[in-house]
Design a protein around this ligand. Structure first.
Ligand code: B0W
Length: 836
């Protein structure tokens, strides 16, 4: 029997069309039961919320599917210019509640579940976080794709589908213990596997120049070990607008013939092992927030992402336009999320030259007019460099191309600054001292038409410091795009009561135009409004008290205390240690009876340390030891509590930020590129205590000096003071600081573990301490006293809290994306039809 071909050459677009699905309570009741009973085989006796979550998610996903198809067709039919966001991290967190919010079905679903005797919160909480990122950089990518969909921009996110995301953290005897995060163990209903779009990625082998039938030379990369890239697509809905964009994540798999070849040679076990090796590439996310250089698997991951994504994009292009690339640059743009995917510069060149036969000049013009690079950090340890020998072994063709790019580039530099050898050495893509290394940031800058930092100060420091030579050569390439976060997840979904109060007061416009929050300003003077604002904060604090019971059932916590929050990766530059010094200072004051007009305070610290970062791990241990002493001392009861919240992640922040009173943004000035937690906390009415660093500066500019607790050296003062910094002198001249250090150093918090914190104390007292923690102690303590003074007057505090929210409009990622689009991507919004 001849087989019937499934796809005809001329498909009728209507043949697969279904009537639109309803979004009422009854529609969800029906669909929920259909999936729960018929598909999953569960009934009223099932106790696990996982299946109810899955049934509901399937019902919600159906609504996304129909909009997804329409969006896709719209972009194709309009032949829109597109942007591709390449990122090694997308820290998505949970999907269900956000999808319901953006589809506008939360109320209908809650009612349906209520009728079934189910609690929507329990279902939502049973979902695992998609923790495919480390922290700010990965979460920014997630906020960005939410905003792109909300602004109806034709954007695709490309990343990796790590089998294991960011490790889960537990605390045992005060120390961080890492466990693998197998987030896919119950499957992932939000992804659609697209096996039919799998691609081959080359590794290893060598290159050869071959002559084709026309006598032209072409470089061939041969004898490679190929690995399959299999795409998994996740729908990314915009807010109430019918647009559903795509996040495409690649999974590595063994190529079939590779298996077969070994199998035929009788080496069954080896063939299965080879399959495993192939799959290693996307097995695990590297848990370093600042890079650990030189790991072969990491380079494989980076190339795998770049090659798969670019082949996919070029494949689509050829499908629509044939081998004519003359309009490619007009229609496409790539945003590189830090240098992690910046090998894409060389890979695009390779594909255009070797696979599509373009000349060097044409390929380079396309590359340089489509690539844009975002830098996220000035920390030297995070600047990626790869040893040339490693690169040659894994990606021999790419090395040839990078060297050629560099040769052209250095000629340009030499023409601009004749005879300036030092400058050539500084700017070269290849670092020549000792082992030859490829500087990925230089490759990214040379290959891009746009280079941006993520807050005003950071962008300025890039231009004046790290990338000064490049800025002198190409000032027009450099720009700033201050970060933002999505108000859908970070207010509307995570703080529904506050969202309802805001909407009732100023309408719902703020959800897609966050500057509208300014309309709240007059209400800061309204006593009744302040009371409602305070009550909501109080309820959120109570919810956080209940959440922490899971970890600390024995610690009592009052929601009346000032909730002082520092949640972020543990890193010396973020100065969790400064926070600890303040806590110990408060402890000392209570012990001395200096408690007049005391403001009860609960200090909450959360964050993960990179597993190989021993100082960060010791800081966690110190926090926990100090917490143990404080929380078991009856003198502290009702006055001071310190808690380390384990396993800080997106879904934890969704519970923490509505409950925060005070946001700790206390990095050494000049070190935190932007920060985004600062924005989430501000939006939810927390007041900031902070240095003039990253986006803090712009937060203060927006909210006004009087609503921000400023302290510490400026970036310039930090630089100036570096040569004369003498922390021991500072300690000797400050009685309070002396007491704090004495208590710490005498072993009060590590009585049975002598000496374990010596490294920490030595680093604080070292004149070369890059983070200059001791230098900022006094002004930090003074600022904390101003915090207490403000908190004592609850009416004043509530007013400041309202104003912080009201002036947070700038920090919507919708604004950030509109700026990227206006200055860099130049996409036209594409409303996609009838369904909203
Ligand atoms: C993240 C991961 C890695 C790595 O895996 O090697 C290296 C560096 C980073 C990183 N993360 N670099 N900067 C960041 C953070 O990015 C956010 C978003 O722009 C900023 O708000 C933070 O200030 C910055 O530290």
């Amino acid at each position: 029997m001849p087989q019937k071909k499934f796809v005809t050459s001329c498909p009728n677009p209507l043949i697969f069309q279904l009537p639109p699905l309803g979004k009422n309570k009854e529609d969800f009741l029906f669909d929920f039961r259909k999936y729960y009973v018929n598909l999953l085989g569960r009934d009223e006796f099932c106790r696990s919320p996982l299946y109810a979550n899955e049934a509901l998610s399937l019902a919600v996903r159906d609504r996304l599917m129909e909009r997804w198809k329409i969006t896709h067709d719209t972009y194709r039919n309009n032949a829109s210019r597109r942007m591709f966001y390449l990122s090694m991290e997308f820290l998505m967190g949970r999907t269900l509640s956000n999808a319901m919010l953006n589809l506008g079905v939360t109320d209908a679903v809650s009612e349906a579940l209520y009728d079934l005797g189910l609690e929507i919160e329990e279902l939502i909480d049973s979902e695992f976080d998609a923790g495919l990122g480390n922290g700010g950089l990965g979460r920014l990518a997630a906020c960005f794709i939410d905003s792109c969909a909300t602004l109806q921009l034709p954007v695709i996110g490309y990343g990796l589908r790590y089998e294991y995301g960011m490790f889960t953290q537990s605390i045992v005897n005060g120390e961080q213990v890492e466990k693998p995060d197998h987030w896919l163990r119950h499957g992932n209903i939000w992804e659609i596997k697209r096996l039919e779009y799998s691609l081959r990625i080359k590794f290893g082998g060598h290159t050869e120049v071959q002559t084709d039938e026309n006598g032209s030379h072409r470089v061939c990369w041969i004898n490679t070990n190929d690995i399959l890239a299999v795409p998994y697509d996740t729908p990314i809905p915009g807010y109430h607008n019918g647009t559903v964009n795509t996040l495409r994540l690649w999974k590595a798999a063994a190529t079939e013939e590779f298996d077969l070849q070994e199998f035929n040679e009788g080496d069954y076990a080896d063939s299965v092992a080879a399959k495993n090796t192939a799959e290693h590439i996307t097995m695990v996310l590297y848990p370093n927030d600042a890079n650990e250089n030189g790991k072969e698997l990491r380079l494989r991951q980076q190339y795998f992402l770049a090659s798969a994504s670019l082949q996919d994009i070029l494949g689509h292009w050829v499908g629509q336009h044939g081998e004519d690339f003359s309009l490619f640059a007009e229609k496409s743009c790539f945003q590189l999320n830090d240098t992690h995917p910046s090998i894409a510069v060389a890979e695009l060149m390779r594909l255009l030259l070797d696979n599509h036969g373009l000349s060097w000049q044409k390929a380079w013009t396309i590359t340089r007019s489509t690539m844009a690079y975002t830098n996220h950090t000035l920390l030297p340890e995070a600047l990626e460099k790869w040893p040339v020998p490693l690169f040659k072994k894994l990606l021999p063709r790419l090395v040839e191309i990078i060297f050629e790019i560099n040769a052209h580039f250095l000629a340009e530099v030499a023409a601009h600054w004749p005879g300036d050898i030092a400058r050539l050495q500084r700017m070269s893509i290849i670092e020549e001292c000792g082992l030859q290394q490829i500087r990925m940031a230089h490759l990214a800058i040379v290959g891009s038409f746009s280079v941006n930092g993520v807050a005003q100060l950071h962008s300025q420091l890039l231009q004046q410091g790290l990338f000064k030579d490049f800025y002198q050569l190409w000032p027009q390439k450099f720009n700033n795009k201050t970060n933002g976060v999505t108000p859908r997840r970070w207010i509307a979904a995570c703080n529904p009561k506050l969202a309802a109060l805001i909407s009732e007061t100023i309408g719902e416009g703020w959800i897609t135009d966050l500057r509208e929050l300014k309309k709240l300003v007059p209400y800061a003077d309204d006593v009744a409004f302040r009371k409602r604002w305070r009550d909501i904060k109080q309820q959120s604090k109570q919810q956080l008290v209940d959440y922490k019971k899971h970890y600390y059932p024995d610690v009592t916590l009052s929601a009346d205390a000032l909730f002082d929050v520092q949640v972020k990766r543990i890193h010396e530059y973020k100065r969790q240690l400064l926070n600890v010094l303040h806590v110990v200072h408060l402890y000392n004051r209570i012990k001395q009876g200096d408690t007049e007009n005391w403001v009860a305070r609960c200090v909450l610290i959360g964050g993960k340390a990179a597993p190989g970062y021993s100082m960060a791990k010791k800081i966690i241990k110190l926090i926990n030891n100090v917490a143990h002493v404080i929380n078991s001392d009856p003198d502290m009861a009702g006055r001071l509590t310190l808690l380390f919240l384990p396993d800080y992640r997106v879904s934890a922040m969704e519970k923490i930020c509505p409950a925060a009173d005070l946001s700790e943004q206390i990095s050494t000035a000049g070190k935190e590129a932007s920060g985004t937690g600062n924005m989430k906390l501000m939006m939810n009415g927390a007041l900031t205590i902070g240095t003039l660093d990253g986006a803090n500066i712009e937060i203060r500019e927006e909210v006004g000096d009087e609503n921000f607790f400023l302290f510490g050296l400026t970036e310039q003062q930090v630089v100036e003071k570096r040569h004369s910094y003498n922390p021991v002198d500072i300690i000797n001249q400050d009685r309070d600081l002396q007491k704090v250090m004495n208590l710490l150093e005498c072993g009060h918090f590590n009585y049975f573990e002598p000496g374990i914190f010596n490294d920490i104390f030595n680093s604080l007292k070292c004149p070369n301490d890059p983070w200059m923690t001791i230098a900022d102690f006094r002004s930090y303590i003074d600022a904390q006293q101003q915090v207490e003074e403000a908190y004592r007057d609850q009416e004043r505090w509530s007013k400041m809290s309202i104003l912080n929210c009201a002036y947070s409009g700038k920090f919507s990622s919708d604004r950030t994306i509109a700026d990227y689009n206006h200055d860099i991507w130049k996409l036209t919004p594409q409303p996609s039809g009838m369904l909203k």
